[in-house]
Write a protein that binds this ligand. Sequence first.
Ligand code: DX5
Ligand code: ZN
Length: 223
Amino acid sequence: SVRPLIAPSILSADFARLAEEAAAVSGPSGEGADWLHVDVMDAHFVPNLTLGLPVVKSLRAATDIPLDCHLMIEDPDRWAIGYAEAGAYNVTVHIEAAEDPVRIAKDLRAAGAKAGLSVKPGTPLEPYVEVLKHYDTLLVMSVEPGFGGQEFIAEVLDKVRTARHLVDTGHLRLVIEIDGGINTETIEAAAEAGVDCFVAGSAVYGADDPARAVRALREQAAR
Ligand code: DX5
Ligand code: ZN
């Protein structure tokens, strides 16, 4: 089995201390967070507002952890490229918001970033298999996007199994990521279904020791 990737979400961190919050999960190599998940919300695609490009630029300069930018915004066709140019490692857009997702993926890759595509819990995977051939990561939402601390929707694991099968049979080549309600209880089922990378907000930044929470999640996912 492959080593599970853990991506703490700063949505549950202290926004006034983002550099310190990044450092809090950045432990020695192989021990700390693999990616830092950055939730960008525009109060239109989702009913919440977080942060945008200026904060991502500053965060990029403040940490060595690869930034995994999750754009919960309208018109990603216009805005996604800026995050790649700002040095994000992976830029994920929502299929429900994208006008030309293949174009977006090509632009992101040309700018030196990985391209990610996300599906909300109610969005099926089947219509987008061809589109996904242009992508490096698939972010399966296991809560309705917009807020941290929600309950895990186990039904989305069917989509994870479908994606896992497509990857294992060589039809797709991407990292399968899950986002929402991941904790030491729910991570095992997600790992069993075939997730490669686990986003966790409240389970990491709600813990007394975020670095220890990252290790606990990784151990639990590797079982
Ligand atoms: C929700 C965000 C998630 C959020 C997850 O819309 O995309 O990344 O931070 O938070 P938890 O892990 O608390 O469900
Ligand atoms: Zn997210």
